[in-house]
Design a protein around this ligand. Structure first.
Ligand SMILES: NC(=O)c1ccc[n+]([C@@H]2O[C@H](COP(=O)([O-])OP(=O)(O)OC[C@H]3O[C@@H](n4cnc5c(N)ncnc54)[C@H](OP(=O)(O)O)[C@@H]3O)[C@@H](O)[C@H]2O)c1
Length: 252
């Protein structure tokens, strides 16, 4: 029977690239995100290309009732999840703390921390029942360092870093692997979302250097997931070659 990966935030960027790669590797997929049209299109494409079976769940990870009911309503065969990729996340704004927008703060904390927790609670219990599983949490360089005006986004990703460690301790007795992947700059819709649709400002983030692509992160996740049963990679920081840390990027 094909293995199953559940990927949150599969409508764009890293999540979508993971869906493509895991489909190619013969996984069946549970794909989530708010934009149903994108999920359905992706599911159709993967089914045609790789014969992948896909369950689509459109919901907002911030809404705990929606998370629970969407997952609980899945047919039993979809609850045998082998790999959970906790990827849904975002940044909103880039302002000094004193000028921060309270709604942006709520959105980041509710999505990046609470959403990840709601999903993990349901899926980790499925994994415990199945006696195996691998949770891959998408953190960030922002979860390792704090950069100017990054305050709340960085705090939310530091929380993911801490939760990654905590989950590993709690789930190790159940044979469940827990890994964090922390990317530097990846060119996705991330900056467009951060700058609320300002495409020009978003584009400037990646000007003059080669950023990571979503596929680079998907391949790294695949490497981590395809290690032998007795090997777990706890934590992995991956950067564009031109980026040394959160604030040092060499631009041409
Ligand atoms: N790009 C980077 O430079 C970078 C660097 C380090 C870490 N990361 C992390 O990588 C992850 C993926 O980001 P990305 O770069 O691929 O950005 P992206 O292209 O904007 O994709 C983000 C995904 O998250 C989903 N999402 C956001 N809010 C959601 C919500 N409330 N409910 C459900 N799904 C939600 C989006 O789906 P819908 O909008 O359809 O809901 C989308 O599929 C995030 O956790 C991000 O923090 C990114």
């Amino acid at each position: 029977m094909a293995k199953i990966a559940l990927i949150t935030g599969a409508t764009a960027g890293i999540g979508e690239a993971c869906a493509e790669l895991f489909a190619r590797e013969n996984y069946n997929l549970v794909l989530t995100g708010r934009r149903l049209d994108r999920l359905e299109k992706l599911a159709g494409r993967l089914n045609k290309k790789h014969n992948t079976e896909v369950a689509v769940c459109a919901f907002d990870v911030r809404d705990r009732e929606q998370v629970i009911s969407n997952f609980e309503n899945l047919p039993a065969k979809w609850k045998k999840v082998d790999v959970l990729i906790n990827n849904a996340g975002l940044s909103q704004g880039l302002d000094p703390i004193q000028n921060g927008n309270l709604d942006d703060w709520d959105t980041m904390i509710d999505t990046n921390i609470k959403g990840l927790l709601y999903v993990s609670k349901v899926v980790s219990n499925w994994m415990i029942a199945n006696g195996k599983g691998h949770i891959v949490n998408i953190g960030s360089i922002a979860g390792k360092e704090v950069y100017p005006n990054g305050n709340v986004y960085c705090a939310s990703k530091h929380a993911v870093d801490a939760l990654n460690k905590g989950m590993r301790i709690d789930l190790v007795q159940h044979g469940i692997k827990v890994t964090a992947i922390h990317p530097g700059a990846v060119e996705t819709e991330f900056s467009e979302v951060r700058f609320k649709g300002d495409k020009e400002r978003a584009k400037k983030v990646y000007d003059g250097f080669d950023p990571l692509m979503a596929e680079d992160i998907a391949e790294t996740i695949w490497f981590v997931v395809s290690r032998p049963k007795h090997v777990n990679i706890n934590d992995l920081l991956i950067m564009p070659t031109a980026q040394a840390n959160a604030t040092t990027i060499v631009r041409k």
